[in-house]
Ligand binder design. Structure first.
Ligand code: ATP
Length: 636
């Protein structure tokens, strides 16, 4: 194929390029297509550029039927059928098996960049392979352990199914299990019990399992370590042994290679493990999930945990929600095939609703939804509001937000950013008192008490502006110095990983002079259990033990974090959340304001929640479902 400059294409099609808002990268790709097509080169190049453009908006592919007619017209197509006819004659678009490698693959009536087609197709095959496998278990080995781990309900009239117990049974039976649930539904508790069960059975059979737990970010991995540790302590003593888990990031498990996108572990050098638990799976993008699955040994059991109502990954794809869609996760009645239901009954005594084999997809047999929140009940303020948001019920959500009886949730419709800032700063005094006493433990606890979340970085309700306003108020009150970027108490969040320092994108630190040598200004981070011995040499463990200090001059890219974006808050929880939406929507921002965004922000709150949003913007959020272009659910 010919490779020429982009000048002819870019200058000939300047107007459609502008109207489709194509980037330089899209244009470079389109120029290549333009130079290699024999007919309809302009339209096909613009179509290819659109696929590349949508990839940057996190769509794995573009469904031909979803391209709006006005965009087709800009590209020079008459209709969707015209697109199909022209790509059938093309040299750069082909069905998967027609030619070895064209830049664009057409499958399931969708257009993919070649590499992303490979990721999606191969991940689907890897998942299907695991889903198809059913273990034959010696039920007697499992039954007594499950009875000890899951005490029967104290109130005999309760006929509620213990879905946590069902999840453990299914994960024991299958090589692939998907466990979803909202905040506090007991995902970590369930995993701790599953691991206790698997370890105990393995011990009785005289072998030892290699179990790994991973999460997409360092912060989520550290939180998982903490939660598993707590869940372990609630188990009967006999089952606690072997549950001292060190959770890591997916990147660390796979073995990142400097300046490379691939990893040390892959299909030809698989991971050494028997069981893999992936927490916060909604945050894992398509390429990373593919790489993780391709590095799994074929005998390994994998359990995905997550909340499919949350925002998808910041990168391409929506793997967890696609798998949930294929498993019919939103079906109101979940029933299982006789084989599964009988096995669960033999293991636990629980009777599940049954369906015939034809009515149940194999993937649905591997899926369990945890329904009961043990953190807030369905009739609690936050629980109810979360349910209304998921259902897109604007009137009910507004009623809950406005109810005078609700102390824990409030809607501040006509407030100004300065009001929020003044209220935040009035609560921050005890934080700065702890800083003055060099007490990092108290300072970190107070910092996680109240968090401002914003939909965006920019705008008057964006993180940058709110953080600046807070610092201005702190300067005026004399709490911080106006001439120090790294003033004592500045909370920061990292925007990049630094593997050599053992610091990760999303880690939160507090700036404080080193108590042992106050001329050195450091940012202090909670010592995560994901840290390796190697990284400990490069950072000092403080006498304020449990924290490590890093000279501010060595910090990777970071930002002040009194306010953070909702995206960055995924995987974290706070006592109180102030959630800010922009005052108005624009054509760009409107697409990003979605139910998932609001739900994710709300469910970061453990106790109370204040929403700063105009009625029209809230309405827009509730009406918008964040749907990404993907064919994964169709392939599973
Ligand atoms: N079956 C149960 N009965 C009573 N309490 C429970 C049960 N399961 C979990 N809990 C409690 O509910 C709280 C949340 O549980 P857990 O951390 O396992 O949930 P999660 O779904 O992992 O939460 P997160 O939203 O943090 O991901 C914990 O305090 C736990 O002890």
């Amino acid at each position: 194929m010919v490779v020429q400059g982009r000048s002819t294409f870019a200058s000939t099609y300047a107007e459609p390029i502008r109207r489709l808002a194509l980037t330089d990268l899209d244009i470079a790709f389109a120029s290549f297509i333009f130079d290699n097509e024999k007919q309809d080169a302009g339209s096909l190049a613009l179509l290819a550029a659109w696929v590349s453009h949508r990839l940057n908006q996190q769509d794995t592919c573009v469904a031909i039927d979803d391209i709006a007619p006005h965009r087709l017209a800009i590209m020079g197509f008459e209709s969707q059928d015209d697109v199909r006819q022209k790509i059938a004659q093309s040299r750069c678009f082909s069905a998967p098996l027609e030619q070895l490698a064209t830049p664009i693959i057409v499958d399931l009536n969708r257009l993919y960049l070649h590499k992303y087609y490979q990721y999606e197709w191969q991940l689907a095959q890897l998942i299907k392979h695991k889903v198809a496998f059913k273990t034959q278990l010696d039920m007697t080995l499992y039954k007594d352990i499950l009875l000890t781990l899951f005490a029967p309900p104290k109130t005999p009239q309760t006929d509620e199914i213990d879905w946590q117990c069902v999840a453990v049974c299914i994960a024991a039976l299958r090589r692939f299990t998907l466990i979803t649930g909202g905040p506090g539904t007991g995902k970590t508790t369930t995993v701790a019990k599953l691991l206790a069960l698997l370890n105990t059975v393995a011990k009785r059979q005289n072998h030892k399992l290699t179990i790994k737990l991973v999460a997409p970010t360092g912060k989520a991995a550290a939180r998982l370590t903490e939660s598993i540790d707590k869940a372990k302590e609630r188990l009967p003593n006999a089952y606690q042994q072997g549950l001292e888990m060190q959770c890591s990031t997916i990147h660390r498990l796979l073995g990142s290679l400097p300046n490379r996108v691939d990893f040390k572990h892959n299909a030809s050098n698989p991971l050494h493990l028997d069981v893999l638990i992936v927490d916060e799976a909604s945050m894992v993008d398509l390429p990373l999930m593919y790489r993780l699955f391709s590095a799994l040994p074929s005998h390994a059991k994998v359990v995905l945990l997550g909340d499919h109502n949350q925002l998808s990954s910041v990168e391409t794809g929506s793997v967890l929600s696609d798998i949930c869609q294929a498993a019919q996760a939103d079906a109101s009645q979940i029933a299982y095939h006789h084989d599964t239901a009988d096995a669960v009954e033999q293991m636990s005594g629980i009777q599940l609703p049954k369906v015939s084999a034809e009515a149940s997809a194999e993937l649905s047999e591997c899926y369990v939804k945890l329904r009961k929140s043990h953190r807030f009940s369905a009739d609690s303020d936050i629980g109810q509001l979360a349910n209304e948001i998921i259902a897109g019920q604007a009137i009910q959500a507004a009623r809950l937000l406005q109810s005078e009886q609700n102390q824990k949730i409030q809607w501040r419709q006509n407030s100004a950013p300065q009001n929020l800032v003044d209220e935040y700063v009035s609560h921050a005094q005890s934080y700065f008192d702890a800083i003055a006493q060099n007490d990092l433990t108290v300072a970190f606890n107070l910092l996680s008490n109240r968090q401002i979340l914003c939909a965006f970085k920019t705008g008057s309700w964006g993180t940058q502006s709110i953080n600046r306003l807070i610092e201005n108020v702190l300067i005026r009150s004399g709490t911080i110095s106006p001439d120090k970027t790294f003033y004592a108490g500045r909370p920061i969040m990292l925007a990049k990983n630094d593997h050599s320092l053992g610091l990760f994108n999303g880690d939160i630190g507090i700036v404080l002079p080193d108590p042992a040598n106050p001329v050195l200004t450091k940012a202090w981070f909670k010592v995560a259990s994901v840290e390796t011995d190697q990284t400990k040499e490069k950072t000092e463990v403080s006498p304020n033990s449990g924290f490590k200090g890093v000279l501010v001059s060595r910090l990777p890219e970071h930002e002040t974090v009194y306010a953070m974006t909702i995206h960055k808050s995924q995987g974290s929880e706070f006592h109180h959340i102030d959630l800010c939406l922009p005052q108005q929507t624009t054509s760009q921002s409107g697409k990003l304001l979605s139910r998932e965004l609001l739900y994710t922000g709300l469910t970061r709150a453990r106790e109370s929640f204040h929403l700063y949003a105009a009625s029209a913007v809230l309405d827009r959020c509730l009406k918008t479902l964040c749907k990404r272009g993907s064919g994964l659910h169709r392939r599973l």
